[in-house]
Design a protein around this ligand. Structure first.
Ligand code: GLC
Length: 559
């Protein structure tokens, strides 16, 4: 067993993970510093935050030092290793956050296995907030990994594989083998002294939607674990290889699609209720792209894996082209759409999806800055959902689905539209809210998703970790710093709410849970990322030079 440049053990079947991935990421580490010098708006404080690496146990802050056995730091109680390792004083709420995060731990047969969604005893109805949600656990897992506590993440990854193996049925209909649960629960029987698991694949969920994002998050987390610990043996296990293949079979299967994007039902991701996010929602497309790239780094090129490796490469190529060309919107593109002709037939059509210019909402003309842009919410025949969705855009940056120019433009947009997208609490899940008649039609009169509340334009602190990762990746950590400062003023005082309401995100959400775990973990991850940007390596993927560079949009629309 030989240790690779990034602390990864090399193995013949994993050349991609141990070599090219490390290579990419070692370059990534230098990126913020290089960019830091270019940034005009950089203040001294954020500069020292970004380049800080002294006195850290990981050694020099380089990727070479990423593999840290942790030793005594792995305990699940006590001081967070991350702040103990730094010479500067952590913000006073960091300690409270760690305490609250540890309180949300769920144990299975004595082993920590995950974190419950919310530890809110004051709330009258628990619903399913006492469960471990796969997507909610991701920021918790990142926090534990960054703190040198990978065991819980490993347990989680292995147990969810077992759950995936269950037969899943909604009424009499059997779900695909690869489906991963939205959430699960540990049932303790005190009398018998036994622990059993109960998982929900959508058959109990409100709306009965299977979570398409769970499998993607699982793959992304497996790669984060591998990257952070240097332990390749987990990803190499036959059960993990099989789990990846099963997830991929579900989304790479051939059908009637004319687009490389993934078709799905409303509410199959973080926005898990009807919100007009059916079809080809950006959140799923970005996660799909990222999971494909992570899987490509971890899949063995053996008899069973080889075929998938080829299919992934082909899909990634088509998917990045499609997303970068057709989902991208900036001032120029908006102006082009505004002047579109419609009803064009044949492959020479410029307006390929027959978007009717009248369908461009009024708010967008004012919202779109001269500098900046974003991936729109959805693109399908005659339907462009022009709303901004935070998660999809942030994942597009960290996964390098967005080109470097597009990533910069997204961050420009956030700065230009700070009041709308960040306001008083980071970060709007989507913008703008839908109201009145449109709200009735799109949400089915959902009383939880009223305008500027919850999924309909609410502000979700959990998104802070992704904003921070994207800010660091684009060399603009001052954006994260500003957002974290805002969050720190309120989060602890308000009891770590799930979301905030209102145009500016000023009010604690109407039905927001308190002590929402991913609000807590998201904050901690954001803090640790800023303190030590080398952590970005476990989250972000550097641009894949092999992926064909995007054609200029104008060219792609005319050929
Ligand atoms: C809400 C969110 C969903 C989250 C769940 C548990 O349903 O929409 O994304 O996973 O709560 O926190």
């Amino acid at each position: 067993m030989e240790l690779g440049a990034g602390g990864m053990r090399r193995s013949a079947s994993h050349t991609s993970l141990s070599e090219s991935d490390d290579f990419d990421l070692s370059r990534l580490l230098n990126k913020p510093r290089i960019n830091v010098e270019r940034q005009r708006s950089f203040d001294d404080r954020s500069l020292s935050d970004v380049s800080y690496s002294g006195g850290h146990a990981r050694g020099g802050g380089g990727f070479d030092g990423m593999y840290s056995p942790g030793g005594g730091l792995r305990s699940l109680v006590g001081t967070p290793a991350s702040s103990a390792l730094h010479s500067f004083e952590p913000h006073p709420i960091v300690g409270d956050a760690w305490e609250a995060l540890r309180r949300s731990l769920v144990f299975f047969r004595g082993q920590p296995l995950g974190t419950i969604a919310a530890y809110d005893h004051a709330s009258e109805e628990v619903l399913n907030y006492d469960q471990v949600f796969v997507r909610d656990f991701v920021p918790s897992a990142m926090a534990f990994l960054m703190n040198g506590e990978p065991e819980i993440v490993k347990n989680f990854l292995l147990k969810t594989v077992l759950l995936q193996g269950w037969e899943k049925k909604v009424d009499r209909f059997k779900l695909g083998e690869g489906a991963m649960p939205a959430s699960f629960k540990v049932l303790h029987d005190d009398k018998k002294g036994t622990d059993t698991l109960h998982a929900d694949f959508g058959e109990s969920a409100i709306g009965r939607v299977a979570p398409v994002d769970s499998g993607f998050w699982w793959i992304i987390l497996l790669r984060a674990y591998t990257k952070s610990t240097g332990d390749l043996t987990l990803a190499e296990k036959p059960e993990c290889q099989k789990a990846m293949r099963l997830i991929l079979s579900l989304c790479l299967s051939e059908g009637f699609d004319t687009f490389p994007t993934l078709l799905c039902a409303d509410g199959c991701c973080m926005i898990d209720r009807r919100m007009g996010v059916y079809g080809y929602p950006i959140e799923i497309q970005s996660l799909f792209f990222m999971a494909l790239r992570c899987a490509l780094l971890m899949l063995k090129h053996d008899a069973e894996g080889k075929d998938f490796v080829e299919r992934i490469a082909t899909r990634l190529h088509a998917l990045s082209y499609h997303m970068r060309s057709y989902f991208w919107l900036d001032f120029q593109q908006l102006n082009d759409i505004y002047r579109y002709k419609t009803e064009e037939y044949s492959h020479t059509a410029v307006n390929k999806f027959n978007v009717i210019p009248d369908s461009i909402p009024d708010w967008l003309f004012d919202f779109m800055p001269c500098q900046g842009g974003f991936f729109v919410g959805n693109v399908s025949p005659a339907r462009m959902d022009f709303r901004w969705f935070a998660l999809g855009n942030m994942i597009a940056i960290v996964s390098s689905l967005a080109t470097p120019e597009q990533s910069m433009a997204i961050m420009d947009l956030i700065e230009e539209r700070w009041e709308e997208l960040i306001g008083e609490m980071p970060l709007k899940i989507c913008y703008p809210a839908i109201e009145n008649h449109e709200w009735r039609i799109v949400t089915g009169c959902d009383p939880k998703n009223t305008r500027w509340s919850y999924h309909n334009g609410g502000s979700w602190p959990v998104l802070l970790w992704l904003l921070t990762a994207a800010s660091i990746k684009t060399g603009r950590p001052q954006i994260a710093r500003r957002a974290i400062d805002l969050a720190e003023r309120r989060l602890l005082k308000d009891g770590w709410p799930e979301y905030y309401d209102g145009k500016l995100g000023k009010y604690v959400g109407k039905q927001a849970r308190k002590f929402q775990t991913w609000s807590i973990a998201g904050y901690l991850v954001a803090k640790m990322l800023l303190e030590d940007p080398s952590h970005l390596g476990m989250i972000a993927l550097e641009e894949d030079k092999a992926m064909k560079p995007v054609l200029r949009r104008s060219a792609s629309w005319t050929n």
